[in-house]
Design a protein around this ligand. Structure first.
Ligand SMILES: O=C(O)CCC(=O)C(=O)O
Ligand SMILES: [Fe+2]
Length: 234
């Protein structure tokens, strides 16, 4: 990845937050123009493989569309670059969780592994929420092949374009109640977070902490997000 989109980010700080909290903010990952252009794609017929109306599946309220291949820029560039930047931590998490799976250097190679196992459909998605829409707590697992960190980018400006609609994460530690965190985001900011389980050091080595993410109800306006999942779907 060139210095353009990801180069200015403090990756050691991002790794440290992911390590301690299971999530990290990437402020200003996309500029306002890119946010507007990406959100505007939602209204175009072309470029998507499917549309999901969330209430029909019990996922919440609102809708989203999965991009088709080839992914348009900046999504393709972002996805490849995020993979490269997050790969060392993903490999370390796998090792600490007792998995033998290691992620290859090139994202294309990891995608080939997904495709060979029947996970051949692209997962990057655009989401659109209006008043009353929300996203239930969930995990974006689409098969056996899982890259353990994903990224969501807020394309709209809170307070101006919409109110409500907070990005929420929960973590479940063994023998404890769930803890919820609201991640404050502005337009163009991204959050990187654990897809499923992450290792947390305990008295007897690492234990597993399970994470879920969702969105609280939008009160007014329109909220668009771009989800970048690094594995593909069956
Ligand atoms: O709209 C959001 O903030 C969450 C979207 C989501 O679930 C995802 O990116 O996987
Ligand atoms: Fe999601």
């Amino acid at each position: 990845m060139s210095s353009g989109l990801l180069g200015g980010h403090d990756w050691s700080g991002v790794e440290a937050s992911l390590e301690s909290d299971g999530w990290a903010r990437l402020p200003g990952l996309l500029d306002v123009g890119a946010c507007r252009a990406t959100a505007a794609r939602y209204g175009c017929e072309e470029g998507f493989r499917s549309r999901v109306v969330m209430h029909r599946h019990g996922f919440g309220r609102g809708e989203y569309r999965y991009f088709s291949y080839p992914l348009p820029d900046p999504i393709e560039t972002l996805r490849t670059g995020l993979y490269a930047s997050l790969r060392p931590l993903a490999n370390s998490w796998n090792q600490r969780l007792g998995s033998e799976v290691r992620f290859p250097q090139a994202h294309a190679e990891f995608l080939s592994q997904c495709h060979a196992a029947g996970q051949s459909r692209p997962t990057p998605l655009l989401l659109k929420y209006g008043p009353g829409d929300y996203n239930r707590l969930h995990q974006d697992l689409y098969g056996e092949h899982v890259f353990p960190i994903q990224v969501t980018i807020l394309l709209s400006e809170p307070g101006r374009d919409f109110t409500g609609g907070e990005f929420v994460l929960t973590e479940q530690r063994p023998r404890m109640q769930s803890r919820a965190t609201v991640v404050p985001l502005r337009q163009g900011d991204a959050v990187a977070f654990a897809v499923n389980e992450r290792p947390v050091p305990g008295a007897r080595g690492d234990y597993r902490v399970k994470m879920r993410h969702g969105v609280s109800a939008v009160m007014s306006g329109a909220r668009h997000t771009l989800g970048i999942i690094l594995h593909d779907a069956a």
